[in-house]
Design a binder for this molecule. Sequence first.
Ligand code: ADP
Ligand code: ADP
Ligand code: ZN
Length: 225
Amino acid sequence: MSLRLVLLGPPGAGKGTLAAVLNKELGLGSVSTGELFRNEIRRRTTLGRQVTRYVSSGRLVPDELVVKVMARRLSRRRVGRGVVLDGFPRTVGQARGLDAFLKARATPLHAALYLDCPIALLISRLSGRRVCQRCGRNYHTRTMRPKRAGLCDACGGPLIMRKDDQAKTVAKRLEIDRAKAKPLLEFYRQRHVLYRLDGRGGIVQVFQRLRRLLNHEGWLKNSGR
Ligand code: ADP
Ligand code: ADP
Ligand code: ZN
C-alpha cells in the first residue's frame, strides 16, 4: 500500500524531523516546500528569485505559485511505499489545489496530521535549530546535537542558523501561521482526515505515537514493519 500523508503544524513543531524519521523507518518519501524553496534560492534559479523575498521575510509564497510547483514535483516522482508532505499545504487555497490534483489521480490523502506543540516549545526549538548548509539536515543546539560541534553527521557540511529563525522573523511566522491554521484544520476535519498528534517530547516518542496511530488505522499492514 502506498501511504499519502500531510504534516501540518506551526514552524518548529518538528515536521521536517518527523518526515526524516518516517523516511528512515517506514521508507516514505518526503517533499518539503521550505527545503525546495531554499534549494532554488541557493541555486539562484528563476523560481528562487521569485520566492526569495517571501522566504527571507517569513511571509508565505503565493498559493498559485506553491500549488504549481508542488503539482509539477508530485507528478514527477515515483510514490513507492508512500509520500509525506512537509510544510504543504499551509492555506486552504493550497489544500484545495492539492485536493484537485489528488482527485484527478484517484489517490486521496490518508491523513492530515497536525503536530501540536505549545508556543514556548516552538520558540525554544526554533531558536536552537541549526541546518546543514550542504544537505539541509536538521539539528538542535540542545536536543539534537551533531557528533562533532558545528558539522553535519551525514555529510560534514557546516551547520548554520536559518536567517528566518531569528527572533523577529520567528514572531511574524508564528503569527501568520496562527491566522492560516484554523481554516486549514477545519478543511481537513470536514473531510474526516484530520488527526492531532502531540508533538511534545523526544523524537522517538513522537514517532512512536504516530506509529501507533498508523497501526491502529491499519495503514502499516503491508509495510512489513
Ligand atoms: P518551517 O520548517 O520553519 O515551518 P519551512 O521550511 O517549511 O519552515 O518554510 C520556510 C519558508 O518557506 C516559509 O516561511 C515560507 O516563506 C516558505 N514556504 C514554505 N512552504 C510554504 C507553503 N506551503 N506556502 C507558502 N510558503 C511556503
Ligand atoms: P518544522 O519542520 O516543523 O519547522 P523541525 O523538524 O525543523 O520543525 O524542528 C525544529 C527544531 O527542533 C530542529 O532544530 C529539530 O532538530 C528540533 N526538534 C524537532 N523535533 C524534536 C523533538 N521531538 N524533540 C526535540 N527536538 C526536536
Ligand atoms: Zn549535511
